[in-house]
Design a protein around this ligand. Structure first.
Ligand SMILES: Nc1nc2c(ncn2[C@@H]2O[C@H](COP(=O)(O)OP(=O)(O)OP(=O)(O)O)[C@@H](O)[C@H]2O)c(=O)[nH]1
Ligand SMILES: [Mg+2]
Length: 474
């Protein structure tokens, strides 16, 4: 018998327990706080949706030890502890994926959270006597772009502007901003219209740079403003420092707003969300960057280093003051959408991911976190296939093209076994790959016809879960 996953989703909502526990009970129940981040479109929403569905129905979670040994007796959604943080809209996202016309969930733009609780019965005589215990998994989805802002906290406005402006000429779609800048006197009296037009043009450049695969784009909230759009904290832009910045000048006000941005936007995010995380997965769309070419890979590498510097609070005094007691002890770098590749190439994708985050990872290791890299697909949209071309057999994947009813057999390209063949041309600033081409494809999500007890199909989601919190559920 097969059941539609929507039935499972309905059942799950009914399973949500009432808050009958006493406060003292919940106080002593361990809480794992898992941060899920990555740059936009990296696959955060799909990852969380599929992870939760696969933790509720653990038939495909063989590598999660608590699932295979049966120590996890049950899992259920519970109201989250933070009343003011939006709840991760699991049911809607799953509904999009599981409908008769499966669609990827829509893009999400801010922090959200979901609590999944487990009843765990450890094995062994003594543990059997003590009865099952409850472990909570709080999953926090937040944009990786916001982490890039950690680097701003140590920069003055003058330094940030100087760094940004020096990079600008080499970046895509920066002409309009540079042109506007050439007609702007930073020492002129401040006026809102000029500030707005500067901020608007600069934000348009950041958006274009991001769309072109450039990842190192601050201030992060210019890309994802949410309900801060149009507010003064987002209405400034990088200006060259006049020799003697005048009072009330454009430059002075931009400096003031930059400081307000740090204080009112960046710091609260780190204090309220980031500082409480103890496990972290960083999703990376390596295949997309490979397809876009060496400059995009180099930008991705730099962005990863920027993101990961947040996990090294020793460097940033303001951040280490926020993080007291709580520490991220595991960080997983996961190359997403591995279902675009035949499994024979997964190890190479992992090696490239490892190399990409090497610098950042060494530093995170240094502060005591265990790290690992993996190639995963949160939701497997393809099956493996082979194709013969010019007498040669290619290991391919096959899936339905997004927005069409047709199925295609797809070959992403031959990833090198030595990651240096990707990283070196990227660092050297080459325009294109030598003798190689990496194709891209948008597959539609699969039709989900699941056996009872099974979650959606995936690749290595169980291993990812095992690395991140497997030990806590045995
Ligand atoms: N084939 C395949 N595609 C995936 C997978 N995960 C994500 N995708 C694709 O990547 C897109 C983005 O995934 P999301 O989960 O929405 O990414 P996100 O990081 O939440 O994006 P934002 O909310 O915009 O920041 C999806 O619309 C899919 O096209 C996967 O496991 N397999
Ligand atoms: Mg999302």
């Amino acid at each position: 018998m097969t059941v539609r996953i929507t039935d499972i989703a309905d059942g799950v909502t009914r399973q949500v327990e009432r808050l009958g526990d006493t406060v003292s009970e919940t106080l002593f129940e361990p809480v794992i706080r898992l941060g899920v981040t990555g740059l936009s479109r990296a696959g955060k929403t799909v990852f969380i949706t599929s992870l939760v569905a696969n933790l509720l129905d653990r038939g495909r979670m063989g590598q999660l030890s608590g699932a295979s040994t049966g120590t996890i007796q049950s899992a259920f959604l519970r109201p989250q502890p933070d009343d003011t943080v939006p709840r991760f809209d699991y049911e809607t996202h799953l509904g999009a994926l599981a409908g008769d016309h499966p669609e990827w969930p829509s893009s999400t733009r801010s922090v959200s959270q979901l609590r999944l609780s487990f009843r765990v019965q450890p094995r062994g005589m003594l543990s059997a006597l003590s009865g099952p215990r409850t472990v909570h998994l709080d999953i926090v989805d937040y944009p990786g772009e916001w982490l890039l802002d950690v680097g701003l906290m140590d920069l003055s406005y003058a330094d940030w502007a100087a760094q940004t402006l020096s990079r600008l000429p080499a970046r895509p779609d920066s002409d309009a901003y540079l042109d506007l800048l050439s007609r702007t006197d930073p020492n002129a009296d401040f006026d809102e219209v000029t500030a707005k037009s500067l901020a608007h043009t600069f934000a348009a450049h950041l958006g274009a740079a991001r769309a072109a695969g450039m990842a190192d784009c601050t201030p992060g909230r210019f890309l994802l403003p949410g309900d801060l759009a149009g507010s003064p904290v987002l209405t400034f832009a990088p200006l060259p420092r006049p020799d003697r910045p005048a009072r009330g000048s454009l430059w002075r006000e931009c400096e003031r707003r930059f400081e307000a941005y740090k204080r009112e936007v960046v710091k609260p995010f780190f204090r309220d969300h980031f500082a409480r995380i103890n496990r972290q997965i960083v999703l990376v769309d390596v295949l997309d960057a490979l397809h876009a070419g060496p400059p995009a890979v180099e930008e991705l590498r730099r962005a990863m280093a920027g993101i990961l510097s947040a996990f090294r609070p020793g460097k940033d005094r303001w951040l280490s003051r926020l993080i007291t007691g709580q520490k991220v002890d595991r960080i997983l770098f996961a190359a997403t959408k591995a279902d675009h590749l035949h499994h024979s190439q997964h190890a190479r994708l992992t090696a490239i991911t490892e190399a990409l985050v090497r610098d950042a990872r060494d530093r995170a290791d240094f502060s005591g976190a265990r790290t690992s890299a993996m190639a995963i697909a949160a939701l497997r949209a393809t099956v493996e296939d082979q194709k013969t071309h010019g007498g040669q057999v290619y290991d391919c994947v096959r899936g339905r093209v997004e927005g069409a009813e047709k199925f295609v057999t797809f070959y992403a390209g031959d990833l090198p076994t030595d990651p240096a063949r990707i990283l070196t041309p990227a660092r050297q600033g080459q325009d294109g790959w030598l003798n190689a081409d990496y194709a891209n494809m948008h597959f539609a999500p699969p039709h989900l016809d699941l056996e009872p007890g099974d979650g959606p199909p995936h690749i290595r989601l169980d291993r990812a879960a095992q690395f991140l919190f497997g030990d806590d559920l045995t």
